[in-house]
Design a protein around this ligand. Structure first.
Ligand code: NAD
Ligand code: IPM
Ligand code: MN
Length: 358
């Protein structure tokens, strides 16, 4: 029976990069028997323009009915001035919450061909393979109360609430330990337990869950140190598990270790294997519409979709191998270009991956 994939191109470079990922899916369907049906929908600024809502009812219906979702990116200067509940980013948060996509896997892997594109020395990053497990439906992103209020003095104050329930910590810890069991069996939990009560609870639950995974070693690190260690000696990490906001920040940092934020895919999973797959980067308004964005993070997100939702690991590897071959040939979008390589645009890069699939 064929599986339903909802495609949400979004805003900015979203439609450009998603078009290349769709080419890859279509090629797998045509040449390798992948049984999928693609539908498309609106999320983010494009949905605000069409329906006045960043996560319209129609998209919600399609998203709930789909087996997996492929997303580009949302947001941009056009929608920055509108009221907060209608911002594109709220649409992204709403779909994550609505589908309970609490486990966000962000693998930072350096393709050896890109060692020269990393901002760090090749010896610091060569062989890099980290899995960041970011909690995605809690924390200060969703905590109540939130808002901007006027004090008696007439001064205004903005406030958000960092909050985690035990059950939310338990399930993300399990996701991290399960991931570690398939890797080097080391989990580093990143928090701010020297200052925050929410982190104190986070740490305690991490210990409790660790007891169920005797083969996995657990360590703890404060988030400020983790940011520094990621740049100093990133290969010390296997799995990093952390909350929503720390994970957001650390994953952009880890992305740059791999050469470019345009290389990092992600999977956002619920408890039953349903997932939304998207590059970790945004809509890149500074380069949108020019056909120069790197589509590889989105294409590699399709590989994650095949692995985690469609249970097609061989096809996932086929995509990852094809990306490797294209990089072997020296093809590079601007963000990963280095001396002696050939500069290509978004569509050329996508086409090259499709051609390298067999
Ligand atoms: P961004 O990730 O869009 O861009 C940061 C920098 O990285 C830019 O210089 C951009 O050109 C570059 N970049 C990003 N993706 C690239 C790619 N595939 N190829 C080449 N270069 C790439 O972050 P930002 O500028 O802070 O945010 C822009 C908009 O995107 C904002 O509205 C923000 O809220 C939104 N955003 C959305 C998502 C998402 O949809 N998941 C994620 C992050 C930011
Ligand atoms: C990401 C983005 C989003 C986040 C924004 C756009 C809401 O930065 O997916 O990393 O902070 O989660
Ligand atoms: Mn982010």
């Amino acid at each position: 029976m064929s599986k339903k994939i909802l495609v949400l191109p979004g805003d900015g470079i979203g439609p450009e990069i998603v078009a290349e990922a769709v080419k890859v899916l279509e090629a797998l369907r045509r040449d390798f028997g992948l049984a999928v049906e693609l539908e498309s929908g609106l999320l983010g600024g494009c949905a605000v323009d069409a329906h006045g809502q960043p996560y319209p009812e129609e998209t919600r219906r399609l998203a709930r009915a789909a087996d997996a979702i492929l997303l580009g990116a949302v947001g941009g200067p056009k929608w920055e001035a509108i009221e907060r509940p209608l911002r594109p980013e709220r649409g992204l948060l709403a779909i994550r919450a609505d589908l309970e996509l609490f486990a966000n896997l962000r693998p930072a892997i350096l393709y050896p061909q890109l060692a020269a594109a990393s901002a760090l020395k090749p010896e610091v990053v060569s062989g890099l393979d980290i899995m960041i497990v970011r909690e995605l439906t809690g924390d200060i992103y969703f905590g109540q109360p939130r808002g901007i209020r006027t004090l008696d003095s007439g001064e205004r104050e903005g406030f958000n609430t960092m909050v985690y329930r035990e059950s939310e910590i338990v399930r993300i810890m399990r996701a991290a330990f399960d991931a570690a069991m398939k890797r080097d069996r080391r989990v580093c939990s990143v928090d701010k337990a020297n200052v925050l009560e929410v982190s104190e609870l986070w740490r305690e639950i991490a210990q409790t869950v660790a007891a169920d995974y005797p083969e996995v070693s657990l360590s703890h690190m404060y988030v400020d140190n983790a940011a520094m260690q990621l740049v100093r000696a990133p290969k010390q990490f296997d799995v990093i598990v952390t909350g929503n906001i720390f994970g957001d920040i650390l994953s952009d940092c880890a992305a740059q270790l791999t050469g470019s934020i345009g290389m990092l895919p992600s999977a956002s999973l619920d408890a039953h294997g349903k997932g939304m797959y998207e590059p970790i980067h945004g809509s890149a308004p500074d380069i949108a519409g020019r056909g120069v964005a790197n589509p590889l993070a989105t294409i590699l997100s399709v590989a994650m979709l095949l692995r985690h939702t469609l249970n097609e690991p061989a096809l996932a590897e086929r995509i990852e191998r094809a990306v490797g071959r294209v990089l072997d040939r020296g093809l590079r979008t601007a963000d990963i270009a280095s001396e002696g390589t050939t500069r290509v645009g978004t569509a050329e890069m996508g086409g090259a991956v499709v051609a390298a699939l067999d």
